[in-house]
Design a protein around this ligand. Structure first.
Ligand code: LHQ
Length: 254
């Protein structure tokens, strides 16, 4: 239900149920979790792209799988939570390349990613309310931090389809990309990230996450700890050497 490819230090996780708008099944949740784990552990991978095959990014939970005997809480605990935790643990930059509609938990997956590249023909939909549910998979953890409580509440309650112009206005996308340049721009963005100091990027992610539940004092200590690690990296050495030699650095992600 997914395709996994690596090229030029980028791992591509491609959601692959295009006929169902890449709606999540149990198998797919598991495969995404496993591929995120695999990409996180593969030393050759320095950036991860999550994208969709066909016209959608993902329509969220496959509603054909939902029945009245289903305990939605258990579904979240056993299937979605491992996926979201694997994503949160990842120390490499994760790019959601939102090629088409991202609805429900598909939207959540994009929100939990570090960067959102957004096709001009894509859209975000807080679909949950339309089926009498609440946003899940970390959705309302990330959304208020990105756009503020009031806007997050508005989207969750009304669930209107957000097209590229609105997504841009809300600041929900790193970049809006035209259809004709889609593949080349996504690849360029991912490969650029994959050539950067990977360890420092991981520490930046950790630092921002940590800032959410730490006092300033604790944060400054965490920052010193992180900077010590970055300071010991080969990429730091290379950065300083390249600066003094007046050339572009060649980072190895080490
Ligand atoms: C679908 C789906 C879909 C199955 C389109 N499933 N077939 C977690 C834990 C436990 C339980 C519940 O949920 C969760 C998390 C969640 O994600 S809940 C939210 C689930 N997602 C939704 O409610 C979204 C439902 N889909 C839509 O609102 C629309 O389809 C969107 C806005 C995604 C796309 O609209 P359109 O571009 O107009 O496409 P369409 O509606 O015509 O859909 C195309 C086909 O895909 C269609 O099938 P058909 O056989 O008629 O061609 C849809 O039935 C199917 N499809 N989403 N989630």
């Amino acid at each position: 239900t997914i395709k996994y490819e690596t090229k030029n230090h980028v791992a591509w996780i491609i959601l692959n149920r295009p006929e169902k708008l890449n709606a999540f099944t149990e198998k797919m949740n598991m495969e995404i979790t496993n591929s995120l784990k695999h990409a996180s552990m593969d030393n050759d991978v320095r950036a991860i792209v999550i994208t969709g095959e066909g016209r959608a990014f993902s329509a969220g939970q496959d509603l054909a799988e939902v029945d009245e005997n289903m305990d939605h809480g258990e579904v979240l605990r056993s299937r979605y939570r491992p996926m979201m935790k694997q994503l949160a643990k990842c120390e490499k930059p994760v790019i959601a390349a939102v090629n088409g509609v991202a609805a429900g938990a598909g939207f959540s997956l994009a929100l939990a990613s570090d960067f959102r590249l957004f096709s001009e023909k894509a859209s975000f939909v807080q679909a949950f309310i339309h089926v009498g549910l609440v946003p899940d998979s970390g959705n309302l953890y990330f959304l208020p931090k990105l756009i503020g409580n009031a806007k997050a509440l508005e989207l969750a309650v009304f669930g209107e389809k957000l097209k590229a112009d609105k997504v841009k206005e809300l600041g929900l996308a790193t970049k809006i990309i035209s259809e004709e340049n889609w593949q080349s721009e996504v690849t360029k963005f991912a490969e650029q990230l994959a050539s950067m100091p990977t360890k420092a990027i991981g520490l930046i992610k950790r630092s921002i996450q940590a800032s959410w539940n730490m006092s300033y004092e604790e944060f400054l200590e965490q920052e010193a700890y992180n900077q010590r690690i970055a300071g010991l990296s080969e990429d730091h050495k290379e950065g300083v050497t390249a600066f003094s030699e007046k050339r572009m650095p060649e980072f190895q992600g080490k």
